[in-house]
Write a protein that binds this ligand. Structure first.
Ligand SMILES: Nc1nc2c(ncn2[C@@H]2O[C@H](COP(=O)(O)OP(=O)(O)O)[C@@H](O)[C@H]2O)c(=O)[nH]1
Ligand SMILES: [Mg+2]
Ligand SMILES: [Zn+2]
Length: 305
């Protein structure tokens, strides 16, 4: 290959992925956003990836190489692992009182996020629904006590207040929003990125040749007036979140309430169920470790066997 060709690649950011097609943009805005494909059958590229592309004409590109990732978030079952996003700094798990959020799902997402070395926060949406929000308040207190930032907002009902509450947390970072469907992720993205819907439609049309779908993740820059130097990634909702890519030790270490007690169980291979002298179960009995989180941990551990 002539060396002039090798020099003709451009740095790009993957703003969306859909099957084997990607939507890429220039980090400096030097060229127009466009659809890209990978060479061969490579599919291990995801939203947030930094890549080198070769531009073809005014609206196409080929992804030539993938840059090293700072972080990788994924979910997986026994057969397949799915990349959710690369290079995110932090993740906001969006939950709400109505419909009631699933705490097992929340715990699974937190395990994946923490193991990936990504900072996690809880974004509690629909706080205008007083009764439903009061019903989950005791659970929010548990996560606050564990040190997670907990933002209480109403993205749809009180958008300006939601922007003000999240501004400092979003500034200077790339944030992934994840959660069950119906919690309000897309509503939140729309309050932060005024033209998000239009841009989603444009990406959707370009990627799926007209078939409108929003079942893909996509990344937007936030307007500077809303948060400086910030990017946000909206994801489709999940009904399950597999952790086959995590070891038992990784799952255990993501339990912030367990960590200070490690090494105090009678048996050093303790699985913190009904073993005699289990320091974690004793802490549950004393009320020092939340009983529901312990019970859900055991269930997640059972599912992984
Ligand atoms: N009451 C209330 N409903 C909201 C709020 N934000 C979003 N919703 C509603 O929640 C539903 C799901 O929102 P959506 O953004 O599509 O959720 P996603 O599936 O997580 O992306 C929609 O009917 C929204 O109108 C809010 O602040 N208050
Ligand atoms: Mg959505
Ligand atoms: Zn134990």
């Amino acid at each position: 290959m002539p060396s002039s060709d090798a020099a003709a690649t451009e740095p790009a950011l993957v703003a969306a992925s859909f099957g084997r097609q990607f939507y890429v943009r220039s980090p400096t805005g030097a060229w127009a956003e466009r659809v890209a494909v990978t060479r061969g059958k490579r599919t291990d590229v995801c939203v947030g990836d930094e890549v080198e592309v070769r531009l073809i004409g005014p609206d196409q590109a080929v992804i030539e190489s993938l840059c090293a990732r700072r972080t990788t978030l994924q979910r997986s079952d026994r057969w397949r692992s799915k990349l959710l996003a690369a290079n995110v700094d932090q993740a906001g798990v969006v939950i709400a009182g109505d419909p009631p959020f699933s705490e097992p799902l929340l715990m699974r997402m937190l395990m994946a996020i923490e193991t990936a070395g990504v900072e996690a926060a809880l974004i509690v949406n629909k706080c205008d629904l007083g009764e439903a929000t009061r019903a989950i308040a005791p659970r929010l207190a548990v996560y606050r006590a564990l040190g997670y930032p907990v933002f209480e907002i109403a993205a749809g009902a009180r958008p300006a207040a939601a922007r003000a509450a999240l501004r400092d947390w979003l500034a200077g970072r790339t944030t992934l929003l994840i959660g069950q469907s119906g919690m309000g992720k897309s509503t939140l993205v729309n309050t932060l990125v005024p033209d998000a819907d239009l841009r989603t439609q444009a990406i959707s049309a370009a990627l799926s040749s007209g078939r409108h779908t929003t079942t893909f993740s996509r990344m937007f820059d936030l307007p500077a007036a809303i948060a400086a130097d910030a990017r946000i990634i909206d994801t489709p909702g999940f009904q399950s979140f597999g952790l086959a890519h995590l070891s038992e030790s990784q799952r255990m270490h993501a339990m912030r309430d367990f960590v200070p007690l490690f090494g105090r169980c009678r048996f050093n291979n303790c699985r913190h169920r009904d073993e005699p002298g289990c320091a974690i179960r004793l802490a549950v009995e004393r009320g020092d470790v939340d009983a529901l989180r312990h019970r859900l941990y055991v269930r997640i551990d059972d599912d992984a066997d």
